[in-house]
Design a protein. Structure first.
Length: 205
């Protein structure tokens, strides 16, 4: 027998509960909250999600989320276009931007290499990163990936690919280990993350 008095309620709770970090109790509370809102507010809420899914773009340069073909960061004339910070996902871009300590551009991999999960180098945006180095005259690549085994594996793979370009003027660095081992960047406080970027060190491979 269902725990819910309505199949419609149960279906809505199951959908909301499928979101990361949302348990059944939280999902029920959110659904009941929406149920109490006006039709106009609920339609606006649902419409914003539908438009997000249907209309959002990924920057053709760095793969960040954007409303345009090129994201505002890549399009800005005030950014250091010769420094690329390599991150796992869009949340990491937001986290680093919130520190106010970085003025270069980004490259969003959309994941990290994880053989245990069947994710290889071809499954993330590494080839497109390598393709940017020479045309954009990149001077530094900052590796800002999670301080996990998978993050380190991805760092080393990218380092090898960049080293094979034989561009001695290209600096390869990584954020300082002020970020605790095993941490995701999006859960690191802004001060610690900002200092980790400022105090970045040369990547030794």
């Amino acid at each position: 027998m269902s725990d819910y008095p309505s199949i419609l309620l149960e279906n809505a709770v199951n959908q909301v509960g499928s979101l990361p970090g949302v348990g059944k109790k939280t999902a029920l509370r959110l659904v009941l909250h929406l149920l109490r809102q006006s039709d106009k507010d609920v339609e606006a809420f649902a419409g914003s999600l539908t438009r997000l899914k249907n209309e959002v773009k990924y920057c053709r340069v760095c793969h960040n989320i954007s409303d345009q073909e090129v994201c505002p960061i890549c399009a800005s004339h005030h950014r250091d276009k010769q420094t690329i910070c390599v991150v796992e996902n869009v949340q990491d871009v937001m986290s680093i931007e919130n520190t106010g300590q970085y003025n270069g551009v980004y490259h969003v991999l959309g994941g990290i290499i994880s053989p245990m999960d069947g994710v290889g180098p071809k499954d993330v945006e590494i080839d497109s990163l390598i393709a940017r180095i020479e045309p954009e005259q990149i001077k530094e690549v900052i590796l800002a990936l999670p301080t996990t085994m998978e993050g380190d594996t991805t760092n080393f793979y990218i380092y090898r690919r960049l080293s094979a370009l034989q561009q001695p003027e290209l600096r390869i660095s990584q954020i300082a280990r002020g970020v605790a081992v095993g941490n995701e960047l999006e859960y690191t406080d802004e001060i610690t993350l900002g200092r980790s970027i400022i105090n970045r060190v040369e990547f030794k491979g």
